[in-house]
Structures are given as structure tokens and as C-alpha cells.
Design a protein around this ligand. Sequence first.
Ligand SMILES: [Zn+2]
Length: 132
Amino acid sequence: MFHNPGGKLKGLAKVLFWIQIIMFAGFGIAIMFGGISVLGYEDAPNIVTITSGCLMIFLGILVAWISTIALYAFGELVESNKRIEELLRAGNRGQNASAAPAVPKQNVCPFCGTVLAAGAKFCTGCGRMIDQ
Ligand SMILES: [Zn+2]
């Protein structure tokens, strides 16, 4: 469900954009043709209703456009954030791999520091017994 939230936000932004356009266009046309009685435009289309309707559509497109850009940008941000996080994680993993000691501690003589073969019982450098 929460896989790729940035991509989902971007998809949602596109869907919401068209929903808002259709809603405001419908609202604007309804005002134009006197369908919205609550606003007092019950008359046949005239200059006031047509102007109001056009304004409503224009504002609707503006609002839809701005909110879509905001949501899309947020989705983009989430995506790039995730990409950076993944890069950092990959970088850390690489660093850990290279930082991991090539010579484990038990393979070095604790007395003289000579590198010993795995499982060696005695040091090849100083001849002392190695405690495992
Ligand atoms: Zn030694």
C-alpha cells in the first residue's frame, strides 16, 4: 500500500486535476445557464451569469493547476528523497563492505601481530600458542 508513495502522489495529482477541471467546468456552466439557484442566478443566461460562469471556470482551472503542481512537486520530492535515501543506504552498504576487516582478529598473533593462517595453533612469527 505504501510502496512508491511519490509515484502514487503524482498519479493522484493528475486524477485530481481532471476531477477539479470537470467540477469547476460543470459548476461554471451551471451558473451560466441559471442552474444554481442558491447563488440567485435563476434567470435565463445573461451577461452576469455568463461572466460569473466564465470566471468560475477560469478560477477552477487556476486552482486545479496550482494544487496539481503542488501535489506533483510533493510527489516528486518524496520520490527524489527516496532515491537519495536508497543511494545513501547503498553507499553505506558499500562502505561497510570495504571497511570490514580483511584480516579477522583471531588470525593475527596477539603478541607480535603476525598474520596467521586460519585456525593456526602457534604463531609463525614468535612461536607462542594462540588462544582461540
Ligand atoms: Zn607471534
